[in-house]
Design a protein. Structure first.
Ligand SMILES: NC(=O)c1ccc[n+]([C@@H]2O[C@H](COP(=O)([O-])OP(=O)(O)OC[C@H]3O[C@@H](n4cnc5c(N)ncnc54)[C@H](OP(=O)(O)O)[C@@H]3O)[C@@H](O)[C@H]2O)c1
Length: 317
């Protein structure tokens, strides 16, 4: 019989949850075991986690009973939502609500809720510096997460609110990497002006979450903001140039231009970057790399991340 504390991980086959699963498995003497939740326990990714030593169980965040069963007997639960699968803030709210209620019913002793700001606290719907989206949001994918904080609080859960940062992995998977411009130069297009963007290796989010669980009760009821580094667009372009061995320039487009780009969620992301730009002191202040490093001593810098991942970035040359 195991005396280890089990952490039930939502999104275990994904970026944030996967990082947490690997962090727990890489520390066999750490006192924790991991239960990876997946919709399909026979998927290649789920089978790989099982091979690494994780207990893999079936659960779907829209099925509260399956979540409750998967959380039952666990010491901790890592909760994350999946906005980019459906682009619906209402679905994201339902996901968060179901996880919170399941954690309550299963009497989990420590919950980490991977959240972001409800930007409407800074930019009310009446503020026309950015358009209101989907009728009642400024940044739908972060507002819905921030709004859901209350569900965890109101249920009296022993929760740590984890404020995450922009994944540098977006340069690989989200089409945000440098692209060749009309002048033939590779350009990093971001609407951040000369402000700093807190960023992080996605894998480090899970490692920091593991650090939070290891602290025990210390961080329950607290908000913990993490980043690997805060960098301007120019600094990121310079790091790209150095890592790739070819010039990358920073193309600081206006927010309105970014919002008009033709990809799903461009308006949402344009507003998100404007929030990070206009409230930069708050936003960076809430995500301290030293806090992240204290939780996760192997925290990667952008240069570290680029050294490992530069070959995976599609350059569209
Ligand atoms: N990209 C960024 O820069 C960034 C920064 C901060 C926060 N975020 C937020 O991160 C969240 C996504 O986290 P991620 O990047 O870790 O996800 P991800 O890598 O896209 O992984 C998606 C995971 O979702 C699971 N999943 C999808 N639908 C599910 C459902 N109905 N029930 C149970 N599991 C389900 C999938 O597992 P199975 O298929 O195995 O079930 C998969 O493991 C989003 O809400 C996003 O807003 C992103």
């Amino acid at each position: 019989m195991t005396t280890k504390k089990t952490i039930a991980v939502v999104g275990a086959t994904g970026a944030q949850g996967g990082g947490l699963v690997r962090a727990i498995l890489n520390d066999p003497q750490g006192g924790f075991a991991v239960r990876a939740l997946a919709r399909d326990v026979n998927s290649e990714k789920a089978k790989k986690l099982a091979q690494l030593g994780a207990e893999v169980v079936a659960a779907n965040v829209y099925d509260r009973a399956s979540l409750e069963k998967a959380f039952y007997g666990a010491y901790g639960a890592f909760c994350v939502t999946f906005f980019w699968e459906h682009l619906s803030p209402e679905k994201e709210s339902a996901e968060a609500t179901n996880m919170a209620h399941a954690a309550k019913r299963a009497a989990v002793q420590h919950v980490i809720w991977s959240t972001l700001e409800d930007t409407r606290k800074w930019v009310p719907l009446s503020d026309d510096r950015m358009p209101t989206l989907k009728g009642k949001y400024k940044v739908p994918h972060t507002d819905a997460k921030g709004e859901a904080d209350k569900v965890f609080t109101d249920l009296g859960l022993p929760v740590t609110f984890l404020l995450t940062s922009f994944y540098w992995d977006n340069f690989i998977y989200f089409g945000m990497g440098p692209k060749k411009g009309p002048d033939g130069k590779l350009a990093l297009t971001l609407p951040m002006g000369d402000k700093k963007l807190p960023g992080i290796a996605a894998e480090d989010i899970g490692r920091c979450a593991y650090g939070i669980f290891k602290r025990g009760h210390e961080l329950i009821g607290k908000t913990v903001g993490i980043a690997g580094e805060h960098l301007t667009g120019s600094q990121m372009a310079a790091a790209f140039s150095k890592a790739l061995g070819k010039e990358v320039v920073y193309n600081a487009v206006p927010h309105a231009v970014y919002r008009s780009l033709r990809f799903p969620g461009a308006e949402d992301l344009g507003n998100m970057f404007q929030f990070k730009h206009d409230f930069n002191d708050y936003f960076c202040g809430a995500r301290n790399p030293e806090t992240a490093r204290a939780l996760n001593p192997s925290l990667e810098s952008f240069e570290d991340w680029l050294a490992q991942n530069k070959f995976r970035i599609p350059l569209d040359e």
